[in-house]
Design a protein around this ligand. Structure first.
Ligand SMILES: Nc1ncnc2c1ncn2[C@@H]1O[C@H](COP(=O)(O)OP(=O)(O)O)[C@@H](O)[C@H]1O
Ligand SMILES: [Mg+2]
Length: 239
């Protein structure tokens, strides 16, 4: 059985793609399903930082350039169900050449039957050129509860639909009920015309997780955002 491949996407930066990707992949593995997390944001790759994971020998760039086999750039977490394929945090020649990603599907195909899920973090883009490269990939759109973010997410959704790419749903991240002028879930759903909407609450613990290099769902599993992401993981396992 091939993995369910999910590309976490948004047109805007800073909305929470990496936070969602990292915690979703970790939560899935904690629910006893195998997950590979790929950092395909070659320009500003941050996934490894979320795990305090430094000093790895091979990265996605090495795989894309044929310097090593994909197996050598995949690392196992403390939980053997969790694997990570990082990109280099330091600037390299390849990070300026994201068109190297054009061959990514060739490598994913080699390992996809080893996992239940492959979660791919991506750079901000409303173009869908990247996801189109990956066979059978579904998209998970991330937005914040503000009008500009939602409008851009809607444009992305339309592009994905036009290209017949499966959309799992929308994640509204940084929801804070104390901010009364944030867009509500209903307003967002109506505007986006999307069925599956999940919210992740705004949560200060996110910063602590990043600081200590342990994903939120492990470092503060009872925090609001960790509960929300674990709930999302449970539902994605069911879909
Ligand atoms: N639910 C949340 N609550 C509070 N802060 C968050 C939340 N999600 C993300 N952040 C913070 O917002 C910033 C951007 O998040 P990030 O996941 O890096 O976004 P992106 O990958 O879309 O650029 C980071 O500083 C992150 O810690
Ligand atoms: Mg990011």
């Amino acid at each position: 059985m091939s993995a369910k491949i999910i590309v976490v996407m948004s047109p805007k930066g800073g909305v929470g793609k990496t936070t969602t990707s990292v915690n979703l992949a970790t939560a899935i593995s904690e629910l006893n399903k195998s997950a590979l997390l790929i950092d395909a944001n070659l320009e500003t790759p941050h996934v490894a930082i979320y795990y305090g994971f430094v000093g790895f020998k091979y990265s996605l760039e090495d795989v894309l350039n044929g310097r090593t086999e994909i197996e050598n750039a995949i690392y196992m977490g403390d939980n053997p169900k969790f694997h990570i394929l990082p990109s280099r945090v330091t600037r390299t020649e390849e990070s300026r050449l994201p068109n190297k990603l054009i061959n990514i599907n060739r490598y994913i195909e080699k390992i996809e039957d080893r996992y239940d899920f492959i979660i791919i973090d991506s750079r901000p883009s409303y173009e869908i050129n990247f996801i189109k490269l990956i066979k059978n990939a579904s998209s998970l759109i991330v937005s914040n509860p503000d009008i500009t973010s939602i409008i851009e997410a809607k444009k992305l959704k339309e592009e994905l639909e036009n290209a017949n790419i499966n959309i799992i749903g929308l994640v509204i991240n940084k929801v804070n009920n104390r901010i009364k002028d944030q867009m509500t879930e209903k307003e967002t759903k109506d505007l986006m015309e999307i069925k599956n909407v999940w919210r992740i609450r705004d949560d200060k613990k996110v910063y602590n997780a990043l600081k200590i290099g342990v994903p939120l769902v492990l470092s503060s599993p009872k925090s609001f955002a960790a509960k929300d992401i674990t709930n999302l993981a449970k539902q994605l396992i069911k879909i």
